[in-house]
Design a protein around this ligand. Structure first.
Ligand code: HEC
Ligand code: HEC
Length: 440
């Protein structure tokens, strides 16, 4: 109550002061008319003052009313609080404060705590090199990302693209774009192979990352990548990013004097984010989606928006796309059984090699007619330097040479890129050679 009264007091004081000024002026100006005029003014002021006095009284009684109301509300609130206190009171004391759940196990925390930081913190112990990585990559990644990480169809390219970042269609790869190697390790370990995330061991991941670096010509194939040196590895584009200092430097500028001139009169929606499909197959700035307008909407079907000709199909994995094997003239000296046994052994080769009519180069060359052929001579296959020069030096795949090679590929030809541990069993080797020999 006293608050509202204090609020009104300056007004009353102001009116009294005005009266004082009026009387002072009266003494200075002695004209009758002026005296009359001033009397009127004084009367007016007095009326005002009376009025103000009444207002003060009214305000006082209103304040009393309000005070009463407040007391009422407070009493009600106190009553309600007393009731809810029962509901909000802390749960009865137990060993586990809320009586629910249990502390997370160390193993459970470890399963969630998987992030890897640029300096290598968070990396599990392990190591691998490109040489081993190639084998895993060929088996688990090449069907989508290509044997040399060059990308199959529309699947992401992981190698190359150096110095294209300023181009209209930059090729952003692990090599050309990523500033930290930790991202590659972390991303691959957590989310690849696509559809089979979480299946890679730490060592496999180190080896794959090394292979991707190798495919980008950033290391040689003997470089041993491990939890100890990964954080120190300097990526090609490490200086290509800037720290976002806008919150400190720019926002403050805009906050003091926001520009409110030449503003657009109306805001209009010209594009919906639903059209912004990531990585459109037709690519980049020429993509049809950029031309889509509200009037000419693309239609959507199960296969995707109409401007995408067809949802990018998953490239066939070697095994699925295996051409029909058509064993040709089986040599009389070789039993049909041996060829049949060889066909079974060949399953070990199928992830990389095809044989027969319609066979295509995969991560390994087509093996049709390989028995008796010069090494490293299949058209269109990119051999290792080792295999190419062995062929140039006159190596021919006679049965005996094949047998030695298949027993221990890397022992036979140290730097071959056939990442296959070899066939220990002599009979398996004889069988698979017989099988290969059954194709012309
Ligand atoms: C079935 C196809 C498929 C397989 C197999 C596959 N990936 Fe991928 N990969 C993808 C797709 C699709 C993306 C893009 C995912 C996205 O953008 O969300 C991708 C993205 C990536 C990227 C990020 C590329 C970038 O620049 O953004 C890396 C690195 C990668 N994969 C590595 C691997 C590795 C290593 C393997 C094998 C262990 C593998 N992938 C197996 C389909 C595949
Ligand atoms: C992980 C993939 C992979 C597997 C599995 C594999 N190879 Fe290979 N193979 C290759 C690659 C890659 C080359 C090319 C080697 C080079 O250029 O050094 C090759 C080369 C060869 C060659 C020499 C071809 C030529 O044109 O000179 C023969 C023969 C061969 N492989 C047979 C086999 C047989 C038989 C099996 C199964 C028992 C097998 N490979 C398993 C990847 C593989």
């Amino acid at each position: 109550m006293s608050k509202s009264l204090n609020f009104l007091l300056p007004t009353v004081g102001g009116i009294a002061l005005l009266g004082g000024i009026a009387i002072a002026s009266m003494h200075r100006n002695s004209g009758e008319a002026q005296i009359a005029l001033l009397r009127d003014r004084v009367a007016e002021v007095e009326a005002h003052a009376k009025n103000a006095g009444e207002k003060v009284k009214m305000a006082a009684s209103r304040a009393e009313e309000l005070q009463a109301e407040i007391a009422e509300v407070q009493a009600a609130a106190q009553e309600r609080m007393a009731q809810t206190a029962v509901l909000t009171a802390p749960a009865p004391e137990t060993d586990e404060p809320y009586g629910i759940g249990r502390p997370a196990l160390t193993e459970e925390i470890a399963a969630w705590d998987v992030d890897v930081l640029p300096d290598g913190r968070g990396l599990p112990e392990g190591s691998g090199n490109a040489f081993d990585g190639e084998e895993v990559f060929a088996a688990k990644c090449a069907s989508c990302h290509g044997d040399f990480a060059e990308g199959v169809d529309n699947w992401p390219v992981l190698a190359g693209g150096f110095d294209t970042l300023g181009d209209e269609d930059p090729v952003k790869t692990v090599g050309s774009y990523w500033p930290h190697l930790s991202t590659a390790w972390d991303y691959i370990h957590r989310s690849m192979p696509f559809g089979e995330a979480g299946t890679l061991t730490a060592d496999e991941t180190y080896a794959i990352v090394a292979y991707i670096l190798y495919s980008n010509d950033l290391i040689d194939d003997e470089y041993e990548l491990s939890h100890e040196n990964l954080g120190e590895f300097e990526m090609y584009n490490k200086d290509g990013f800037v720290v976002d200092d806008r919150p400190e430097l720019e926002y403050t500028k805009w906050r003091t004097e926001p520009c409110m001139e030449n503003c657009k009169e109306e805001v209009e929606v010209t594009m919906r984010s639903v059209f912004l499909v990531e990585t459109p197959p037709e690519g980049g700035s020429k993509s049809e989606m950029n031309q889509a307008t509200l009037e000419a909407l693309p239609t959507f079907t199960a296969a995707g928006p109409s401007f995408i000709p067809e949802a990018a199909p998953k490239p066939a994995v070697a095994e699925e796309a295996e051409p029909e094997a058509t064993p040709a003239a089986v040599q009389p000296t070789e039993g049909v059984d041996l060829v049949a046994a060889g066909e079974k052994v060949f399953r070990k080769c199928k992830s990389c090699h095809q044989v027969g009519s319609g066979a295509k180069n995969r991560s390994g060359p087509v093996l049709t007619g390989i028995v008796g052929a010069p090494a490293g001579s299949v058209d269109g296959f990119k051999y290792s330097k080792a295999m190419a020069s062995a062929g140039d030096a006159g190596l021919v795949w006679e049965t005996s040479e094949l047998d030695a090679f298949l027993a221990d590929p890397k022992g036979y030809l140290k730097k071959t890129k056939m990442s296959f541990k070899g066939l220990d069993d002599e009979e398996d080797r004889a069988a698979v050679i017989a099988y290969l020999n059954s194709f012309e």
